[in-house]
Design a protein around this ligand. Sequence first.
Ligand code: GTP
Ligand code: MG
Length: 335
Amino acid sequence: MDIEELAGKLAAGDRRALARAITLVESRRPDHRETATALLQRLAQQGRQALRLGLSGTPGVGKSTFIESFGMMLTGQGLRVAVLAVDPSSARSGGSILGDKTRMERLSRDPGAFIRPSPSQSQLGGVARRTREAVALCEAAGFDVVLIETVGVGQSETMVAQLSDLFLLLLAPAGGDELQGVKRGIMEMADLILVNKADGDLKPAAMRTCADYAGALRLLRRRPQDPEGFPKAMCVSALEEAGLEAAWNEMRALADWRREAGVFAAVRAQQARFWFAEEVRQGLLAALETGAAKLRMEALAGQVAEGRMTPALAAREMLALLGAEAGQGALPPSG
Ligand SMILES: Nc1nc2c(ncn2[C@@H]2O[C@H](COP(=O)(O)OP(=O)(O)OP(=O)(O)O)[C@@H](O)[C@H]2O)c(=O)[nH]1
Ligand SMILES: [Mg+2]
């Protein structure tokens, strides 16, 4: 595969080239991985930037419906929108994939939009890298907004927050008067809380929920990356396409403020550091899984069990071996 040609087509916004490049970064084949790494390094020099929006919410809260309405609104303004999904396979049932096809039907046919469903079967480390690289590819292809969706389970939110410029939390109107079981850590990551389904019979409950969250957000410690009034809670209706422009205006206002305050670039730099360290960790773990490493590990374990080596000494030997292997470019599989 010719990297120059692929990079050229990507820069021209060719969607088929984008799809091919994403398939390349998803591949586990070592030669593909090498090409992907070279391609990404080449594209990084171009420095094109999209606004990266992370979107999280529990199943059924309306993520797909929101992405469709919000995405259509953005393409209607002439913006190009890419949608990526982050779903560790365990979180995703077959039914909702089918549901997505109908719920994002209009957006998936929109020439200004690109939707990449999440491939199944992966561990979080692989998902993280694949998504991060797909984001970079979408940016290189000139998309203005990249939406990264995740179901609110486990660590995937932290991961998506580390990939985004703005993190949006989608909530449903609460039944009673207590706040939904949103973990404090997730609240603290949110830049904008969107209470969805603020329509019909649900509207009063949505407005109460929104007020509750606005109150809860005010109690959180002020973050250096926020101007006055952020993070914010707002009501939207993805179904009736209400409140979406207002939400977009808030996102833009926040992003503009952060750019001017130098926060935007600083956060991206911190994220790059985070992912570098993460890659190193993943690389070491992968090096531990090679056949040779497993054999050596077993041999050393035997020595330790027989009392001929201390655990510390054996571990030191093992780590020295892993370091040499990881350093030789034994790249971990990406899946
Ligand atoms: N009343 C109302 N219903 C909505 C709204 N948005 C979504 N829904 C409904 O909520 C249900 C779930 O919507 P989805 O968009 O599939 O939710 P999701 O968060 O993508 O769900 P998963 O993909 O399973 O995680 C569907 O029946 C939608 O029609 C809204 O703004 N108002
Ligand atoms: Mg969905």
